[in-house]
Design a protein around this ligand. Structure first.
Ligand code: IVH
Length: 670
């Protein structure tokens, strides 16, 4: 046992190291180490803290997601009102603002800072002793809601500020930072995809999704949303502590906060205009939504002179870009087959210009969304475009008297395969694994690095293979001949041979890779590993009933159902046979029949003092035992750690032996 001083030292060092890498990754967007290397540091810290809970501090990087769901949020008064901004919609209005500022201040020219107007929700962050202690929503501007636990889950919010950095900008240890909590386009799409799968109504825009997330009562759910923050305001004792707003933004960056890089110090009005124009043209390429530009007087002494109106300061103003919204007519609605076979209803629109881009399609997501919108073919709709994503239909503005209803077809429009709706899901899917629309994506997935890792089988080659009907399923890859490939565009004999070598090499891939490569819906890399560990062969997996699949740790009914569906499909079974004949690995020894735990079933619950769940499962399996998800009469041992769940109670009620980590070590002879 190491001395406790050593452990304290290691914990402190680990925390600093993790903070440094969090800053590189989440604030600077410039990581220095790989994700697994980062996870390893985090696990080490978690491990030390779980063995020494007295050393856990609220600003530890492990404490971002924690605690119990809140009952409700406390109302707290702001240290200084959170003002809003007046809006302008034209250059003339902006010119009026500049004139008023110059007149009131008596200056002939006033320098401004221009920033992006981020479309999120404003948040006030309090730091005491350099540690993040409170996050408040804007509320009515005077009083906000305490959402501290939720704000902690935002990885770009530093939980503690280095005292060296505080000294560097001459800041006391108690201060307040304000900024905008946002949800990037990617995270927004992921949030909506999740809601779609759960059959819940979709968020209209990232701001609503971010606001919804921040008001979640359970921080664990907030953490899943991947919120982000950009800060733009600093207060010490209710006042900005520096002379210039530009300096404030720079200081915030030095303190470790995320400050938006698109900002300018404009010497005069002309500079402002060119920034506004430049950002409007780049607007669609940003990873998050903006709705304009905020213009602020740089000199803070002028802020006091200019003062404020009832709700907004006279030293700042928002210049709003036109919303990328327009009304148009739905000419048709048709299903589009995506890569997993999902049929997405897409609206064919009367073309309209939206922020300089002609739009002729919009996604309707799924049948529930069509029903919610009440949209029919012929209706006039309001559409919106954000970033580079496909436009959305926001609402019907006029129903056509003879509007035609859209119905999902019973057969795939591309291959004629059966279209089914999985129970409990909103999506309709074509179940045919050989559907050409899906085939290209399946091939790319099959060849991907974490799947069969076939180098050189990229989009250009896949397109040709499918279009020229050289492959009809993933197994056909193993029947390709050199001269066939060499005749393709951008291929020579040499590169053809390289691809063939790669394909040959892939036959040796581990079983878990094969399972992942099949592209079974909901079966990602990790699930594939768990399935492989449990079943040990594709045949056993293919024959498993939903109940047997459900027994595997981390596998829920949705995944189980999807696996059963996959292997029920004749075409998929045919592909399996071809892959088997090609010589792919279909089996892997999992349980050692001669191990000391062979034939024994285990269930894990709670946190073990030293082993992670995966480590414990691996040790059991190496000794020939099996780990299942739930306690049943077949269970031999329940291994219980700290904060065990209901599994322990069930084990006791069934009279099943429960052991702790030491007991497990004894069983495996460690
Ligand atoms: S400054 C008194 N800067 O816009 C200064 N606000 O319409 C008030 N916003 O409530 C805020 N980006 O939530 C400022 N770069 C930015 C901003 C920004 C977005 C939001 C903020 C504010 C609202 C006012």
């Amino acid at each position: 046992m190491a001395k406790s001083v050593d452990i304290e030292k290691e914990i402190t060092e680990l925390r600093n190291e993790i903070r440094y890498h969090e800053h590189r990754y989440y604030v600077l967007d410039d990581p220095e180490i790989s994700d697994p290397a980062f996870d390893k540091l985090m696990r080490r810290l978690q491990d030390l803290e779980s063995r020494h809970p007295d050393l856990i501090t609220p600003d530890s990087p492990t404490q971002r997601v924690g605690g119990q769901p809140a009952e409700q949020f406390a109302k707290v008064r702001h240290s200084a009102p959170m003002l809003s901004l007046d809006n302008t919609y034209s250059v003339d209005e902006l010119r009026d603002f500049d004139r008023r500022v110059r007149e009131l201040s008596g200056r002939s020219e006033v320098p401004y800072v221009a920033e992006l107007k981020l479309d999120g929700l404003s948040m006030a962050l309090t730091y005491e002793n350099g540690v993040f202690t409170r996050g408040l929503t804007r509320g009515d501007g005077t009083t906000g809601e305490d959402v501290t636990a939720n704000v902690k889950t935002i990885r770009s919010v530093p939980l503690r500020i280095d005292s060296k950095n505080l000294a560097g900008v001459g800041l006391p240890a108690k201060f307040e930072v304000r900024g905008e909590v946002i949800l990037g386009h990617k995270a927004f799409q992921a949030a909506n995809a999740q809601r779609e799968a759960a059959g819940e109504p979709l968020f209209a825009n990232p701001r609503n999704a971010a606001a919804g997330a921040i008001r979640q009562l359970d921080p664990k759910l907030v953490a899943e949303r991947k919120l982000d923050i950009f800060v733009y305001y600093l207060l010490v004792n209710g006042r900005p502590p520096l002379d210039k707003h530009w300096q404030i933004l720079e200081a915030l960056g030095e303190l470790g906060f995320k400050v938006n890089p698109y900002r300018v110090l404009a010497k005069n009005f002309e500079d402002l205009l060119s920034y506004i124009q430049k950002m409007e043209s780049q607007r669609d390429r940003l990873e998050y939504e903006i709705d304009g530009v905020v213009v602020k007087v740089n000199e803070i002494a002028l802020w006091d002179e200019l003062g404020k109106t009832a709700k907004s300061p006279r030293w700042a103003i928002a210049y709003k870009y036109p919303a990328h919204q327009e009304t148009t007519v739905v000419n048709d609605i048709r299903p589009q087959v995506g890569r997993t076979g999902t049929l997405t209803p897409v609206a064919d629109l009367e073309p309209v210009s939206l922020g300089g881009v002609t739009v002729s399609h919009a996604t309707l997501h799924n049948m529930d969304e069509i029903e919610r919108l009440g949209v029919k073919i012929g209706d006039t709709v309001l559409i919106q475009r954000a970033g580079e994503v496909i436009p959305q239909v926001l609402k019907v503005t006029r129903h056509a008297p003879d509007g035609r209803e859209f119905r999902m077809p019973k057969h795939c429009p591309v291959c004629g395969g059966d279209v089914i709706r999985v129970e409990g899901e909103v999506a309709y899917r074509c179940v045919n694994a050989a559907c050409p629309a899906q085939l290209k994506e399946s091939l790319l997935h099959f060849a991907a690095r974490h799947a069969m890792n076939i180098n050189g089988l990229g989009e250009a080659l896949v397109d040709q293979l499918v279009d020229k009907k050289m492959v009809h399923d993933v197994a056909d890859l193993y029947a390709l001949a050199g001269e066939q490939l060499a005749n393709l565009e951008r291929m020579g004999e040499k590169s053809a041979q390289n691809v063939l070598d790669e394909i040959e090499k892939s036959k040796k891939a581990e079983l878990a890779r094969v399972v992942f490569a099949l592209g079974i819906r909901f079966v990602g890399e990790r699930t594939a590993q768990l399935l492989t560990r449990h079943f040990g062969s594709i045949d056993k997996l293919a024959q498993a009933t939903p109940e047997e699949l459900y027994e595997v740790e981390e596998i829920g009914p949705k995944v189980a159902q999807s696996i059963v569906e996959f292997f029920r499909e004749t075409r998929n079974r045919d592909v399996m046979e071809k892959l088997r004949r090609a010589g792919l690995k279909f089996e892997q020894k999992t349980h050692r029949a001669d191990g000391r735990l062979s034939g024994k079933q285990f269930v894990l619950t709670g946190t073990l003092p030293t082993y992670s769940r995966d480590e414990a499962a691996r040790l059991i399996e190496e000794a020939g035992g099996r780990v299942t998800a739930s306690v049943s009469k077949k269970t031999d041992y329940v291994v219980a750690g700290a904060e065990p769940g209901s599994k322990l109670a069930k084990a006791r009620s069934l009279g099943i032996e429960t052991i702790d980590e030491a007991g497990l070590n004894k069983l495996i002879g460690k």
